[in-house]
Design a protein around this ligand. Structure first.
Ligand SMILES: Nc1nc2c(ncn2[C@@H]2O[C@H](COP(=O)(O)OP(=O)(O)OP(=O)(O)O)[C@@H](O)[C@H]2O)c(=O)[nH]1
Ligand SMILES: [Mg+2]
Length: 394
């Protein structure tokens, strides 16, 4: 799974990325600080099975703190996007193409209204403009990809009477559009799929829009919520986009807390509503951390960064987390207890889960044992969030 961080310059993409991954990336108060995409690993939170099974787990990927399991997901931070990007403005198409194989986008919006459309410092800017701009540019980007091949592609479909949804899915597989989604889109638009060659430009744009919506679902991280002007802008944005999940966050605060925690200055678990000072702080450090407590944690309940990631994976993408759980004290062959936790799409079967662990496990699958009930389940069993399953093979 790959999650792309998108947004205009200086909205805080790299700060969010660094807070989530602790990778060493450039953060700067000038536009287009990031040029080449940054790849890194962030984490989503799952209640680990170790608590209810009363065992001490040994995660081989990610980590577990007091029964909260942090499961890795891949994140990508890209260059800032400006109006006209789909035609090459700013850093243009080049980085949009970096985003083709993302499964979802987190749109980082500067909710403080203190940067303009180009990412330069200003006051009283309306962040609603940024959402309109980004949505529009992403649609035009999809349209450009479709248009490059559409006439030839549509003619071939018409001449060979090929299945429309299947053909689109295979032609644009790089965008991660799937057959089912295409069927849904054309049903909604009620287009004639036997004659795609006759679609008008407007029809093609509407198709690009729906395809983009469905293949790159998006959540909004209303960043810089620590700033005084944020709450009013947040209210207005939520009113303008009632159907979108909008989560206030302060990437800068999360980064400060994570770094302080890494240096042993505070006790802080990502996503929590508070932290405890445990090290020797100078008055400047103490003041900065207390300001985060007062302006962010006490107001919004957390910095929001962890919530954005969790909601993207479990809400937007509807994934669930499943643990491989060996028969002997839930351990793998090396004795690691609950070594892994896999993220799989909701609706996955026990066989899909086995395949996610290793293709051999799926090939030689006999049954799976549910560690909570000790019952055997078959190939077709629909796995549930926080199941622990041992795969039995031939
Ligand atoms: N107050 C506040 N400032 C923030 C926050 N997040 C980022 N910033 C500041 O916003 C500026 C831009 O941050 P970056 O993370 O470099 O922004 P970006 O979106 O990656 O920018 P480009 O790479 O140029 O597109 C920096 O000065 C950050 O310190 C936040 O949560 N609160
Ligand atoms: Mg950046």
């Amino acid at each position: 799974m790959l999650i792309g961080l998108v947004g205009k310059p200086s909205c805080g993409k790299s700060t969010f990325f660094k807070a989530a991954t602790l990778a060493d990336v450039l953060i700067a108060a000038y536009p287009f600080a990031t040029i080449k995409p940054n790849h890194g690993v962030g984490y989503v939170r799952v209640d680990c099975l170790c608590m209810e099974k009363k065992v001490k787990c040994n995660p081989q990927k990610g980590y577990c703190i007091n029964g909260l399991r942090f499961v890795p997901v891949e994140l990508m931070d890209v260059a800032g996007l400006v109006e006209g990007a789909s035609e090459g403005k700013g850093l243009g198409n080049q980085f949009l193409d970096n985003l083709t194989n993302a499964d979802a986008f987190i749109h980082i919006v500067d909710i403080s209204g203190e940067t303009d459309a180009g990412g330069k410092e200003t006051k009283g800017y309306n962040p609603i403009n940024d959402v309109e701009m980004l949505e529009n540019e992403l649609d035009l980007w999809y349209l450009g990809i479709l248009k490059k091949v559409w006439r030839t592609f549509a003619r071939t479909i018409q001449n060979t009477k090929a299945d429309f949804a299947k053909s689109v899915a295979s032609q644009f597989s790089g965008l991660k559009v799937v057959e089912e989604d295409i069927k849904k889109v054309v049903r909604k638009l009620s287009y004639n799929t036997e004659k795609p060659n006759e679609w008008t430009d407007e029809q093609l744009l509407a198709f690009a829009h729906s395809l983009r919506h469905i293949s790159k679902p998006m959540i909004i991280a209303a960043n810089k919520c620590d700033r005084p002007s944020a709450s009013e802008n947040l209210k207005n944005l939520k009113k303008a986009y009632p159907e979108v999940t909008i989560i206030p966050c302060s990437a800068d605060s999360e980064l400060a807390l994570r770094e302080a925690s890494n240096h042993g200055l505070i006790d802080y678990v990502p996503g929590s509503k508070d932290f405890k000072i445990i090290g020797n702080l100078n008055s400047k450090q103490r003041g900065a951390l207390e300001a985060i407590r007062e302006n962010v944690l006490n107001v919004y309940g957390s910095t929001g960064v962890q919530e954005v990631l969790d909601k993207t994976v479990f809400g937007l993408l509807k994934y669930i987390a499943v643990f491989p759980a060996g028969a002997h004290k839930l351990a793998d062959s090396k004795g690691n207890i609950l070594p892994d936790c896999f993220l799989v799409p909701n609706g996955s079967t026990a066989l899909d889960f086995a395949a996610a662990i290793h293709t051999d496990l799926a090939k030689n699958f006999i049954k799976a044992i549910d560690c909570k009930t000790s019952r055997a389940v078959g190939k077709e069993y629909k796995v549930k969030h926080r199941d622990g399953l041992e795969i039995i093979t031939r």
